[in-house]
Design a protein around this ligand. Sequence first.
Ligand code: SIN
Length: 281
Amino acid sequence: MRNSRIEVLPVAGAVGAEIAGVHLAEPPDDGTIAEIRAALNAHGVIFFRDQELDVEAHKALARRFGEIFIHPNFKGSGADPEIVVIRREPGDSSVVGEEWHADTTMCAAPPMGAILYGVEVPPYGGDTLFASQGAAYDALSDGMKRMLEGLRAVHSDRKVAGPQAALNAKRATKVREDAEWRETISLHPVIRTHPETGRKMLFVNHSYTVGFEGMTEAESRRLLDFLLAHGHRPEFTCRFRWSTGAIAFWDNRAVKHIALNDTGPHRRIMRRVQIAGEAPF
Ligand code: SIN
């Protein structure tokens, strides 16, 4: 679709669109930002190619959509707390985001989105997949929708940070594993309403959701497993093949994503800025 300023090219039926006709390093005008926001609302994740974003331009772009979110578990891992460098070195057996997830949902107000920039892209592999949680909700039966309405899920960061997660030995990107680290837990609705579009979204994910309010984790398991698998059925997904200078900008309220660790002997370096969000409702 050609808008007045940008071109929006959907890449799959449920989620994802490539945006052409914009150079993000030159500060986009307000009209262009409004069109980018509309494309994000319509497609859940948008992709740009051949951008040249240094750190300052990257952060400036993020600020056009909200305040920068400081990740509590990567804090101190680099010189600039507003930036997370996601580094995969040859030999790493684990990478950041290798399970289907939305970002940082143990927080009471998880980020609304993230802008990920391809700094060093491997010759093959390292794709990122996205799944529409609006499409996942729509495909549930009326009975299941009724059952989930009003149910809240427990989100914890215990699987992705802290000494018990023991991830730092397996990968180049380090999280907090010090003895002072404490688990963060929040309750969020299983079905959330998107604050800009009003669309209902399934809101549980493998990395953070550990059960349902008022139930044991064992009691929660079967329903949670069903919802987690349902949320990334192939028809809800798209897959992004990275190139150097490419950008994926996802709406963390509307999609789940997963990073593949299949780059063999090759390095992969990405730079991420997250944008602050609101408490889900
Ligand atoms: C993430 O989960 O934010 C990382 C995604 C990626 O590296 O592709």
